[in-house]
Ligand binder design. Structure first.
Ligand code: SAM
Length: 279
C-alpha cells in the first residue's frame, strides 16, 4: 500500500516537473527539458524552499508570472563551479599530445563551451602563450548564463584562490612564475590584458543554439554531466559538426562519448583525460 502511494507520488511529481519545464521553455525559451532528471529535481526543490513555497505547481505559477523568480531558478540550474587548470593532468595532456599537432596551423580556433566564469579559458590562454601559439589563436568562451560571462570578461578572480591555481598550473606542466600573469588589486587579482586579447566571450546555449564556426579544438568539461541521454547525443553531434577534420574534443573526467558514436566519428587520444579526435 505504502509502496503504491510512494510510486504515485513520484509519478505526479514527474508530471509537475515536466509541466514546469515545458512552461519555462514556452514562455522564456530556456530549454531544461533534457537535463538530468535527478539533478534538476534537486534544484527545483531547493528553489521551492528558498522561495518559501509549498509545491512544484506553486513554483510554476511564480516562475511564469515573475521573471525575477525565473532568474533565480535559472541561476540554480546553471551550476558554475570551476577553477584554473582544473584537473591539471588534462592540461598536461593538451600540452603534450595536442599542442605538437597544432604547430603548422596558420590560425587556430578554440571553443570552450560552458566556460562559466572563464577560469578554464584563461588557463588555456596561458598554456598557448607558453607554447608559442597564442598569437595565432582565437579562443571563444561561451555559456548560457550571461552573468558568469560578465565576470569572465572582467578577467579578475579572487586572490585567495591563487594558491590552489598556482599548484594546478605547476602540475599542468607550467614552468614560469604563475604570479607574473596577474596583478593583485585588493582581494582580487587582474590577469594581464594581453591574455584576453584573443579571447571572445559570448552567450550560447547548447540546448537551443547551433554551431557558429569551425574549430580546431572544442573543450566542454563538466557540462554534459547535467544532461540526459538525448541532450548528450545532441551536443556531441553539435561538436562533431563544429570541428574541422582531425579537430580535437576534450570532455570532463566523468564524461565521454558513447561507444557507437565514438567508433564511427572519433578516435581516442587519451582515454583517461577524455581527449578525442574527429576522424
Ligand atoms: C560546472 S560549470 C563547468 C565550467 C568549466 N567548463 C569547468 O569544467 O570548470 C558548468 C557550466 O555549464 C553551463 N551550462 C549548463 N547548461 C548549459 C547549456 N545548455 N548551454 C551552455 N552552457 C550551459 C553552466 O551555466 C555552467 O557555467
Amino acid at each position: 500500500m505504502l509502496h503504491q502511494y510512494e510510486e504515485e507520488k513520484g509519478l505526479l511529481e514527474e508530471i509537475e516537473i515536466c509541466l514546469l519545464l515545458e512552461g519555462i521553455y514556452r514562455h522564456y525559451g530556456h530549454d531544461f527539458r533534457n537535463y538530468s532528471y535527478s539533478s534538476i529535481r534537486r534544484r527545483i526543490w531547493h528553489r521551492i524552499r528558498a522561495e518559501r513555497l509549498r509545491s512544484i505547481s506553486a513554483l510554476q505559477e511564480a516562475v511564469l508570472h515573475d521573471p525575477g523568480t525565473m532568474e533565480r531558478l535559472f541561476s540554480d540550474f546553471s551550476i558554475n563551479v570551476t577553477e584554473m587548470f582544473r584537473d591539471p593532468s588534462f592540461f598536461l595532456a593538451i600540452r603534450r599530445k595536442v599542442v605538437p599537432l597544432l604547430q603548422n596551423l596558420p590560425a587556430i580556433r578554440i571553443w570552450h563551451a560552458g566556460c562559466s566564469t572563464g577560469e578554464e579559458v584563461y588557463s588555456m590562454a596561458i598554456l598557448l602563450y607558453e607554447e608559442g601559439l597564442y598569437d595565432r589563436c582565437t579562443i571563444y568562451g561561451t555559456d548560457m548564463n550571461h552573468r558568469v560571462l560578465e565576470q569572465a570578461e572582467s578577467g579578475s578572480f579572487p586572490l585567495q584562490k591563487m594558491q590552489l591555481y598556482t599548484k594546478n598550473y605547476l602540475q599542468s606542466g607550467g614552468e614560469e612564475a604563475f604570479s607574473e600573469y596577474y596583478k593583485v588589486k585588493g582581494n582580487q587579482v587582474a590577469f594581464h590584458p594581453f591574455l584576453s586579447e584573443n579571447i571572445v566571450f559570448s552567450q550560447h546555449n547548447l540546448a537551443t543554439d547551433h554551431s557558429f564556426n569551425e574549430f580546431h579544438i572544442i573543450i566542454c568539461r563538466n557540462v554534459l554531466i547535467y544532461f540526459n541521454e538525448i541532450m548528450h547525443q545532441r551536443v556531441i553531434q553539435l561538436f562533431k559538426d563544429s570541428l574541422v577534420a582531425s579537430g580535437f574534443l576534450g570532455l570532463g573526467r566523468k564524461e565521454g562519448i558513447h561507444r557507437n558514436l565514438q567508433r564511427e566519428a572519433f578516435e581516442v587520444i587519451d582515454p583517461q583525460e577524455k581527449i578525442y579526435r574527429k576522424m
